[in-house]
Unconditional design. Sequence first.
Length: 410
Amino acid sequence: MSRSPSIPDRPHRDIDSDLPDDERLEALRGHYEDLVDVNEQLSEQLDDAEDRRERLQGKVDRIERENEMLKSSSLYIATVEDVLDDEQVIVKQHGNNQEVLTDVSSRMVDRVEAGDRVAVNDSFAIQTILNAETDARAQSMEITEKPDVTYDDIGGIDEQVREVREAVEQPLSEPELFDEVGIDPPSGVLLYGPPGTGKTMLAKAVAHETDATFIKMAGSELVRKFIGEGSRLVRDLFEMAREREPAIIFIDEIDAIATRRTESKTSGDAEVQRTMMQLLSEMDGFEARGEIRIIAATNRFDMLDRAILRPGRFDRLIEVPEPDESGREQILEIHTRDMNVADDVDFAELAANTDGYSGADIESLATEAGMFAIRNDRDEVTHADFVDALEKIEEDDSSDVVSSAGYFYQ
Ligand SMILES: Nc1ncnc2c1ncn2[C@@H]1O[C@H](COP(=O)(O)OP(=O)(O)OP(=O)(O)O)[C@@H](O)[C@H]1O
């Protein structure tokens, strides 16, 4: 490190006021020259300091850019196999199982241990050690001890509720029935149907009824999180369920990891394949009468790889369709239970006028009607509010169509 330059002393001269004028003038001139001298030295030091500041600023900018780049570029997940002397470790990258000898910065060397999961960059330099908080599984799983959704909150799909209770709830609450008869309950249940029809609600309601932990993970998260991480996440998902038995594992958007195989052989496809194989092998090695049940859901049944539907896997298929008229009426009643609804509200008529609405759409209709009441300074929601809400939703929908069509043809 360079030492900072010393600051010149302040010039000082005692000038006797009794001196004759010419001698005093001479002394003052000398003092003035000293001052000019010091001023020059200080200016030089100031210029040097300015130069140094600019160089350091350049360095800071470069480090900031590097830092940004490190933050924005993809990181790979690896497991530390061995910590060697000389600040080196052997890591094994997930996914392709490549083993690499890499350096560890002195900042991290004391913290890295064999078995740690770490994020490495393109040059395999360790960027972070994944702890419980940063660990991918903590970021992508939704865990609820006992969800508060009950079967009473679900309308219009009574038959599906019955089937789910039989396939998922009974094996958890009355396993002896299956023992006595000598059959294994279905391994996994697949709920399929359009969005917003109550598939997630169904899974949560079973967890509620059986006092089970609800563990949800989206298929898209499994394949998007970290490269090479999908199969590890699947393993974690089942491990988490085993730690918290009884548990319901709910894999939403299963199509993201179980799409029918295509001809293309990109690395992304291979990654998805590995994740799915891991899921199947977890299910194959599963105690059928155990305390963990698996429910998956999809809106794209036609896209699914049939391999996941084989016996012992997702072998109970339950279609959850859009509600029919009486279903819509039931759902309307459910979603207005806590609303202050006027006597003139005719649910049957509203149900008749909401053909094609999903449960989620009906929930929005009820909320929108409530908004109309608030706008009109009322605390009671009338039939006219529902009609206005319906019109608004239809208008919004048709303007969506216009704008998307406009975009499409531009
Ligand atoms: N059958 C239903 N009865 C009552 N409410 C419903 C029903 N279906 C959907 N809803 C309402 O819509 C919301 C979304 O439903 P849910 O998340 O269960 O749909 P989903 O079928 O899982 O949708 P996605 O396929 O988009 O994940 C629920 O929180 C609920 O308020």
